[in-house]
Structure formats: structure tokens, C-alpha cells
Design a binder for this molecule. Structure first.
Ligand code: SF4
Ligand code: SF4
Length: 194
């Protein structure tokens, strides 16, 4: 993008640039329409016609490495795996992980997080927390997107229970059902907000 002082007079009055933009958009639209007509008559083309996906009801399959919303993994007995080592919070560039460590009543468990929170409004979904964890206690393999809650910043803070429950839901229902639940919640929120 050019800075204003680098623009020519024609560029500064915008009208020509707007006309160029409209020509480009309609050029693409008509080109795509033409390709669809050709395909309808069985004519093959080197370039496939563009298809709109009705996101979020329909979506492309995500790659296995897609970084979705976090979850805290669990031990076989259902306890939290996290040992409160703070490595994820230290690695987090957005400083959005808050942990309060606590001694466990079981002497074989050194520590556990009394409080573990992620402020998803600050999170940039970089995955550093997952990389930093030495015991595989945090993952981003849920396949679901960051939630868009109503306009209250407190709702964006995901606590230990939410993060642990996501692991249980994933195990009980699988990723597709988890996405369906996520979608339904988003639609409910949309209905309330709109
Ligand atoms: S994904 Fe990145 S920004 Fe988000 S909590 Fe993990 S380390 Fe922090
Ligand atoms: S999630 Fe992993 S890295 Fe973070 S505190 Fe727990 S054990 Fe340490």
C-alpha cells in the first residue's frame, strides 16, 4: 500500500481507484460465472470454478496440525495432568496464561494448578504453550475455533474446569460432535445478540 504522499493526483481523488476495484471484482465474478456455465455443459477447464462454502455450517476439512482451542489433558483417573511447572506461562508471548500452583494431598503428586486460566482475548494461538509443556498437559487439538462470546471480557477467560471439560467432551464424543456443540453455542449467542 502506498503512503498518501507517494500517490499520484489521480490516486488521491480515489474515483479512478474505486472504478479499478469495481472492474476487478466484477471481472472475477463474471469469469467465475462463465466457468460454472462451461462446467454445467460438461466443458472441462484448467482453472476450477470458485465455490462459496457456507461457513460455519459447512467447512473444509482442517489439517491435523490445525491449532484450535486449548484443552488441559487428564490422567487415566480423570485428574489434571498439569504439574504447575509454569513453562507454558513463561513461553507464552501474549502473557495470557495465569497459574496458581498448589500442593497436592497425595504425596506422590508434587504440585497441581489450583487455578489455571487462559485469557483467550489476548491469546494469539501460536501454540508455544503446547510446545513448552514437558508432560503433554496442554493441547490445541480440539479442532474448534476461538469462541466469540457476548461483549464481556470476563467471558473470554477460560478456566481450569472449562479446559479440562473440553478433554472429557473430546474423549466422550469425538471432534465432530465437539464442533457441532461449538457451532450450536455460537448460533445461540448470535440469536441473542442479533
Ligand atoms: S497459544 Fe500462544 S498465546 Fe495462546 S496461550 Fe498458548 S502460548 Fe499463549
Ligand atoms: S500445562 Fe504443562 S507447561 Fe503448563 S504448567 Fe502445566 S505442566 Fe507446566
Amino acid at each position: 500500500m502506498k503512503r498518501r504522499e507517494q500517490m499520484t493526483l489521480l490516486e488521491r481523488i480515489y474515483v479512478v481507484e474505486i472504478a479499478k476495484g469495481v472492474r476487478l471484482t466484477f471481472g472475477k465474478l463474471l469469469g467465475n460465472l462463465w466457468l460454472h456455465v462451461l462446467h454445467a455443459f460438461g466443458v472441462k477447464s484448467a482453472v476450477p470454478a470458485g465455490v462459496a462454502i457456507q461457513y460455519p455450517s459447512v467447512r473444509r476439512p482442517y489439517p491435523a496440525r490445525y491449532r484450535g482451542r486449548h484443552r488441559l489433558t487428564l490422567k487415566q483417573n480423570g485428574d489434571i495432568k498439569c504439574t504447575s511447572c509454569f513453562l507454558c506461562a513463561t513461553a507464552c508471548p501474549a502473557r495470557c496464561i495465569y497459574i496458581e500452583a498448589c500442593e497436592h494431598e497425595d504425596p506422590s503428586v508434587e504440585k497441581f494448578p489450583k487455578r489455571y486460566e487462559i485469557d483467550t482475548l489476548l491469546c494469539i494461538y501460536c501454540g508455544y504453550c503446547v510446545e513448552a509443556c514437558p508432560v503433554d498437559a496442554i493441547r490445541m487439538d480440539t479442532g474448534i475455533h476461538p469462541e466469540v462470546y457476548p461483549a464481556d471480557p470476563r467471558l473470554f477467560i477460560e478456566d481450569k474446569e472449562i479446559l479440562m471439560n473440553r478433554s472429557r467432551l473430546l474423549e466422550d464424543y469425538g471432534p465432530e460432535k465437539l464442533y457441532e456443540m461449538h457451532l450450536k453455542r455460537m448460533q445461540d449467542i448470535e440469536r441473542v445478540v442479533l
